[in-house]
Design a protein around this ligand. Structure first.
Ligand code: ARG
Length: 581
């Protein structure tokens, strides 16, 4: 463990146990970066309340028991009872050296692995993915990558909307146009127009509507021919998803798809068990559960509808069956639903019903990672000017095109041929969109603003990609292989010390992002690291002739370590960093 915040936390906890008894060993030591030292431990304040003593006395006692001789040069009690901790340069340098020599950048593999389902993307078949799905796709993929890197077994799960009444009309339309027709191919490129065409016929041609309804009945009855057509529809839609996921560099595959249809055969038993247990009751002809604590405006209990009056099952029923499957068959410890915030109530209620039914083991975590809306610059949900759903491929095209314009304005090491330029610009445009989705708090709405996200300044994807390319160019200019930078790392100046200290925070940042399922915490870290590097590079020449060999060796090692950490951080976020820019 190299992250000073974690190391200090462990030491302070040991001091707490020594001073106040073993029952205090788990107390949060409240270690925070400090203006006056490297860190401060603020635990004395809450602890003093608990002990009925003066915070400064409690702080003094912690200091008396604190064993940090090997890593701190100064400890002092300040203010109302903060313990200020200043790390020694030698310790920071030694830890940075360890990190530099470690393939995992000193990020430990967890000793407490949790099997996690990360459910994300989950678009609906035969419909365009909208910007909301885009964001859940990107955020979910980052969460999966981060947890996997930390050593948790991750099950990626794409809960595709591939079942339900619209499939009657979609299948009939597919049969009308022919599965190999250009119209059918629209499913791969422009699914909305396929859907719309089916919808128009459904609304205007009674005979078609009748056929569609009969088709739903046959689909639900498991008619083999109907299922085959349904499968064709799903397969064509998968082509569309492949295209989008491929372009975004999202790690979802067909194996990760467990759509709503997958749980269809479990719905009847799920409903029956809820009814048998008395959790669901017939209300107005529908089978409903009323989890306590959920009421409407007038205080009336809100239902989770399990089976509709017409006998059909609901979205919620599928989610309940899904929870059972994940608990009983996958035996997971944690499920993270990366889904729009608007479905918050749905998930709270479904989770409550599942717990009432005893389907969720006590220590299994069910979390809704609530994804905020993506707004247009007018502050409304992002749509085309005509009010329709934006085609994602066009959105990405525009990002790439704009990235190209910005890219041509920045300083390059060399002129690029058109193919190379195009590959870089594609990575920058896609990276910009992804990073914009990731860098704000999950549940915040944010404005989709090309100008801001594609800027090469500020907390953006392009800025960070460019930062890595700049470091690589230092190595090219110096004729040095970043892999061949043994150091040793020594920290002569404030900027070097600050950079090294920031580097050591990587493991903690990744762990925090994984624990909270909040990739924006890792974005914040990566951005701070890039900023610390900029300050370092402005103050500490690396390649100049008058730099002493030992200093040069140390600085090259710092450059190489920063490069690797930035690239790894971006990789965990799903953002690729081009070698040259
Ligand atoms: N297909 C749904 C939609 O597009 C999202 C599914 C979310 N996941 C779930 N388990 N309900 O809104």
């Amino acid at each position: 463990m190299s992250d000073p915040q974690l190391v200090l936390a462990a030491r302070v906890q040991a001091a707490l146990a020594a001073a106040f008894g073993p029952e205090y060993a788990d107390t949060d030591p409240v270690i925070r970066p400090s203006q006056f030292a490297d860190f401060q431990a603020n635990v004395a304040l809450p602890l003093a309340k608990r002990l009925g003593r003066k915070p400064r006395d409690v702080a003094g006692e912690i200091v008396a028991r604190l064993d940090v001789a090997d890593l701190c040069t100064a400890i002092e009690v300040s203010g109302p009872g903060f313990v200020n901790l200043t790390l020694s340069e030698e310790w920071i340098a030694a830890q940075a050296q360890i990190m530099h020599g470690d393939e995992r950048l000193a990020v430990p593999v967890t000793d407490d692995p949790h099997k996690v389902v990360v459910e994300y993307s989950s678009p609906n078949v035969a419909k365009e993915m909208h910007v909301g799905h885009l964001r859940t796709t990107i955020v979910g993929d980052a969460i999966a990558r981060i947890l996997e890197f930390l050593g948790h077994p991750v099950v990626r799960d794409n809960h595709l909307g591939d079942w339900g009444t619209p499939f009657g009309m979609l299948i009939e339309h597919l049969l009308d146009v022919g599965e190999h027709s250009a119209e059918a191919r629209l499913l791969e490129t422009d699914p909305n127009s396929f859907y719309q065409a089916a919808r128009v016929k459904f609304d205007t041609e009674p005979a078609f509507a009748e056929r569609a309804r009969e088709r739903v009945v046959r689909l639900q009855a498991g008619d083999a021919d109907t299922l085959r057509h349904w499968q064709e529809l799903v397969d064509l839609s998968k082509e569309y998803l492949h295209r989008i996921y491929g372009r975004l560099g999202v790690s979802l595959t067909d194996e990760d798809i467990r759509g709503e249809s997958f749980y269809n055969h479990l719905l009847a038993a799920t409903a029956a068990e809820l009814q048998d247990k008395g959790i669901a009751v017939i209300s107005d002809g529908a089978l409903c559960a009323f989890p306590p604590g959920f009421t409407g405006r007038e205080g009336e209990p809100l239902p989770v509808i399990i089976r509709k009056r017409d006998g059909g099952y609901n979205y919620s029923t599928t989610d309940l069956a899904t929870i059972r499957y994940r608990a009983d068959d996958l035996k997971i410890d944690r499920a993270i639903y990366v889904v729009g915030a608007s479905q918050g109530l749905h998930f709270q209620m479904v989770f409550a019903v599942a717990r009432m039914a005893g389907w969720v083991p006590e220590d299994m975590r069910l979390e809704h990672a609530q994804i905020g809306n993506v707004l247009g610059t007018d502050g409304k949900i992002l749509r085309t000017r005509a009010g329709g759903t934006i085609k994602l491929s066009e959105l990405i095209d525009e990002a790439v095109e704009r990235a190209g314009q910005e890219f041509d304005k920045i300083e390059h090491d060399e002129p690029f041929d058109e193919r190379t330029r195009q590959a870089i610009v594609e990575a920058v445009g896609v990276g910009a969109v992804k990073y914009a989705d990731l860098s704000v708090a999950l549940d915040s709405e944010y404005v989709f603003d090309f100008d801001r996200m594609i800027s090469f300044k500020g907390n953006t994807g392009p800025y960070l990609q460019y930062a890595t390319a700049r470091i690589r160019s230092i190595f090219r200019k110096g004729g040095v292989d970043p892999q061949d930078t043994p150091g040793p790392i020594a920290l002569g100046t404030a900027a070097e010390r600050a950079l090294a200290l920031r580097l050591l925070g990587f493991g903690g940042a990744v762990a925090l992002a994984g624990e909270t399922a909040e990739p924006h915490r890792l974005c914040a870290y990566v951005f701070e690291l890039a900023s610390a590097f900029t300050t370092f590079y402005e103050n500490c020449p690396v390649l100049k002739d008058d730099v002493e060999p030992a200093v040069r060796a140390s600085r090259l090692a710092l450059c190489a370590l920063t490069l690797r950490t930035l690239v790894k951080g971006l990789d965990l976020l799903g953002v690729t960093a081009p070698d040259r820019m």
